[in-house]
Write a protein that binds this ligand. Structure first.
Ligand SMILES: [Fe+2]
Ligand SMILES: [Fe+2]
Length: 153
């Protein structure tokens, strides 16, 4: 494994976990109206998850001989719930991509690092899948059509 490249990639991840922490926590603060009861806690928890991920990644950066960044990625602010969910999905998909890129830098014998990155990547993908369902991003028309045909047959 190219250690410098891995440290750089992990620092890029850390920067975007910090962005997630701030963005989600901001949404949990400012969200109002009836949906606050449903989503404020969700956003608060997503912020906490980002901080947990940041802790894991930051500890690993130093374990590899690197220094952790204090930069953060861009935070998208809004007061609109639908936009919050869209920006959250963008954030999760970015995290999935970044962890996948870090995994691609692993050699076969970097077992523990790979497992850590896989676990984190899985949590990002689960977050993305959940948001995609809330935002109805998946086209289920094929399945519905199939069912209709089945019934007709
Ligand atoms: Fe994360
Ligand atoms: Fe996430």
């Amino acid at each position: 494994m190219n250690r410098t490249a891995m440290i750089d990639k992990l620092n890029e991840i850390l920067k975007w976990e910090y962005a997630g922490l701030i963005q989600y926590t901001q949404y949990s603060f400012v969200l109002q109206d009836l949906w606050r009861g449903v989503y404020a806690e969700e956003f608060r928890e997503s912020g906490e998850e980002a901080l947990k991920h940041a802790h894991k990644v930051g500890d690993k950066i130093v374990a590899l001989g690197g220094v952790t960044t204090v930069e953060r990625g861009e935070v998208k602010q809004t007061l609109d719930l639908h936009e919050m969910l869209e920006y959250s999905l963008e954030m999760e998909l970015r995290h999935v991509r970044l962890y996948s890129e870090a995994l691609a830098l692993c050699d076969e014998n970097d077992v523990a690092l790979r497992v850590m990155l896989e676990d984190l990547c899985l949590e990002e993908q689960e977050g993305a899948d959940k948001l995609a369902k809330i935002l109805k991003k998946n086209d289920l028309s094929l399945a519905v059509t199939g069912k209709a045909q089945h019934r007709a047959g």
